[in-house]
Design a protein around this ligand. Structure first.
Ligand SMILES: [Zn+2]
Length: 465
């Protein structure tokens, strides 16, 4: 009879202690500790030498190691391939994370359609899909709707990891999809599936199998309300590649963002639209983000960089007198503190009084902007709304606003301007500090105005031709 003992594990970061704690000393979360049973029999089993030592592990000089180009399988979906650096690397472990219901299973199923057509050593790739949350019948129904019907796609609703390994031994797949990691469990661990210990152990086992047998593995993981990958951060360390599927369940656009990649560049993004018959790729996101606007008061166009691509956005501001003692500040799509900072600069350096005004800001199109190059566009949109003067819809505004009211450097200006030119923009307001870096900025074909201070930018931005 195995000895049984319990431990308390933080469900956010995986920190372990022997007794309950109200606040996690590691990640600072409150009330995140859950009691989990540790069975010693399972522990010793996992540590048997035969399970750890891999007969291929020999010491070699770095010079002797041959650089072989890893085989990459193209998913056939350009936006996905771009995000993961040109396709799935054979034998790699990929974590696809996102809110429940956002379309992760749909994306993966659509991917299998093309993966199953790939030939390797004169046979088509075999894909094993572990549908741990749904029955194979439900997956089949979805696949039918998406037009996915290859004969070398195998389904099972097995949820025990040891059984999954048996299935792998029997079928010998080249591709393994686990939907989702929160629903599978390891019999050696007493805690319920979805807990940190279970997720960690199951991923560990799957990672080992992926490397040993050279099976490309996609693990689907749900994220929590706070936007973290449910369960532990440790999951991120155990996989080769982490891609986040973001977007609003109630809006159509989805962004695929790579946040870790051992085989390529990170911060690449792919853009999709969710439709009746699945996800469709959007190759020119800027066009879709700004197409419906005509330059009303309170609107400004900005350009941000996501990976190697330029996205043009429209920032909308609405300023009106308040009925509250504390005026409201609402930011959708940008960081709240960034809005407060920009309002503070406008009050101090431009002399606006916003203490009796509500300020609402929204990024049209529903995508979040992270990099600070939108500051100047945001400030001008606010001023445009206050003064009821429109900013020309063909003017692009780029610049970070410093606390002294100065317009700060933004990188890759040239790329942003070129994208704007392609979409029919005529003017651009950019930071003057960028002058030395881009000498041939005139060749782009836009009327470029360089500004040093926010006050200069207001004059230029609200100029009516
Ligand atoms: Zn923690």
């Amino acid at each position: 009879m195995a000895k049984v003992k319990s431990k308390w594990v933080c469900q956010n970061c995986g920190y372990e202690t022997v007794s309950y704690l109200g606040r996690c000393p590691d990640c600072g979360h409150f009330g995140s500790f859950v009691e989990e049973i540790v069975s010693f029999a399972a522990k010793t089993e996992a540590l048997k030498p035969s399970n750890i030592i891999d007969d291929k592990s020999i010491v070699s000089s770095i010079k002797e190691i041959e650089l072989d180009e890893k085989i990459r399988f193209k998913s056939g979906i350009d936006e996905l391939d771009r995000t993961i650096g040109g396709g799935f690397v054979q034998g790699s472990l990929i974590l696809l994370a996102g809110d429940p219901g956002i379309g992760k299973s749909t994306l993966v199923l659509q991917t299998t359609k093309n993966i199953c057509e790939i030939e390797l050593d004169n046979r088509k790739l075999k894909v094993l899909y572990i549908c741990a949350e749904e029955s194979p019948l439900q997956v089949k129904l979805r696949a039918k709707r998406l037009g996915v019907d290859p004969e070398n796609l195998y389904l099972t609703n097995q949820t025990c990891v040891d059984e999954i390994i048996n299935q792998i031994d029997r079928l010998k797949p080249d591709f393994l999809i686990v939907d989702s990691i929160q629903s599978v469990f390891c019999a050696g661990i007493a805690s319920s599936s979805g807990s940190v210990s279970q997720i960690r152990e199951c991923t560990n086992v799957l990672a080992r199998i992926a490397k040993q047998k050279n099976i490309t593995t996609i693990i689907i993981g749900h994220v929590t309300k706070e936007g973290n990958i449910a369960g532990p951060k440790v999951l991120e360390h155990m996989v080769d590649c982490v891609i986040n599927f973001e977007g609003d369940k109630y809006r159509h656009y989805r962004i695929l963002r790579c946040i870790k990649n051992r085989f390529g560049a990170i911060s690449e993004v792919g853009v999709f639209k969710m439709e009746e018959d699945g996800l469709t790729e959007i190759n020119s996101p800027s066009k879709m983000l700004i197409e419906q606007t005509d330059g009303a008061c309170g609107s400004a166009k900005v350009a941000t960089l996501e990976g190697s691509r330029v996205f043009l956005h429209e920032i909308q501001a609405l300023v009106g007198s308040t009925n509250y003692a504390n005026p409201r500040r609402v930011a959708v799509g940008i960081e709240y503190n960034r809005l407060l900072q920009n309002i503070a600069v406008l009050e101090k350096k431009v002399g606006l009084n916003l203490s009796k005004q509500d300020v609402y800001v929204n990024v049209a199109g529903g995508l979040d902007i992270i990099e600070p190059s939108y500051d100047l566009g945001l400030s001008l949109a606010i001023i445009s709304s206050i003064r009821d003067i429109p900013i020309s819809p063909t003017t692009l505004i780029i610049g970070e606003v410093g606390l002294l009211g100065e317009i700060r450097y933004v990188d890759n200006i040239e790329r942003r301007l070129k994208e704007a030119k392609k979409l029919g923009f005529k003017r651009a307001i950019i930071p003057a500090v960028n002058e030395k870096v881009y000498k041939n900025i005139d060749d782009i074909g836009l009327e470029v105005k360089q500004v040093k201070k926010i006050t200069d930018a207001i004059v230029e931005g609200l100029r009516q031709d």
